[in-house]
Design a protein around this ligand. Structure first.
Ligand code: IP8
Length: 248
């Protein structure tokens, strides 16, 4: 089996609230289905999650009762995005099942402490495609926290030991000093810029993704590829050589 993380920057316009990139998502769904691979799909929150999570400072945990509204709204919004993703997967001929982290994950200090992976395994074994996503979850220390799709990828990799995990992003590769890098490892990561951008993102940058990718590389092969290029995800899943960055 393989793990696929569809980045929020690919399936939504991260600068504008609630803009779903339906055409792109439909194409990616077709590419996954046509690959014939069994997958678990994780998707980011994009503009359905990050803009309001930042406004309500949900990444800080519970610090003010005003945030409670934010938790409700952001959880609803990421579920709305998830429904759109699930619809595209069904239309492409797949059998997805949505597993919201708000119901199966508990964190401690922003780290996943408990996750009911049995639910994923059982649906997967029935032949369904589990689909989970970046969400707001309970936190034993902070009350609640943001759980990113990348962190979920790590937990899923630990248990499923997939043949491969593919991170679908909106750039061709990881860049260091403006240069594409085909492979990143522990030594190289120090040179990765922690770029500050104006785009709201409460879970971190490419730097964070690579860090999680390195941790995941104990369990599987990791690739970061550009989902805006037609056929690249499909080719990566089929094991063809594609432009991108290998992590590990
Ligand atoms: O887009 C973030 O998940 P990510 C989740 O996978 C929220 O980093 C609610 C902002």
């Amino acid at each position: 089996m393989m793990l696929v993380k569809l980045g929020g920057s690919v399936i939504t316009d991260k600068t504008k609230k609630y803009i779903f990139r339906e055409k792109t998502m439909r194409r990616l769904a077709e590419e996954i289905r046509k690959s014939g691979e069994k997958v678990v799909v994780v998707h980011g929150a994009g503009s359905f999650g990050h803009i309001l999570a930042k406004k309500y400072r949900l990444d800080k945990g519970f610090i003010h009762e005003r945030q409670v509204k934010g938790v409700a709204v952001v959880q609803r919004d990421v579920k709305n995005l998830n429904l759109k993703v699930v619809n595209c997967l069904i239309d492409a001929g797949m059998n997805p099942v949505s597993i919201p982290p708000s119901s199966v994950v508990e964190c401690r200090n922003k780290k996943i402490e408990k996750i009911n992976l049995d639910v994923f395994k059982k649906y997967f074994n029935l032949g369904l495609t589990p689909v989970t996503f970046g969400d707001v979850a309970l936190d034993r220390k902070l009350g609640f926290c943001i759980v990113s799709g990348d962190l979920l990828m790590l937990e899923l990799a630990r248990v499923f030991k997939p043949e491969k995990a593919v991170f679908v992003v909106d750039v061709d590769s990881v860049y260091i000093n403006g240069k594409m890098v085909e492979k990143v490892d522990r030594k190289i990561i120090q040179n990765l810029e922690r770029k500050k951008t104006k785009i709201p993102d409460v879970t971190g940058s490419m730097h964070e993704k690579v860090k999680i990718g390195l941790e995941m590389s104990k369990f599987t092969k990791i690739m970061i590829i550009n989902g805006n290029v037609k056929g690249r995800l499909g080719d990566a899943l089929k094991g063809r050589k594609v432009v991108g960055t290998v992590v590990g």
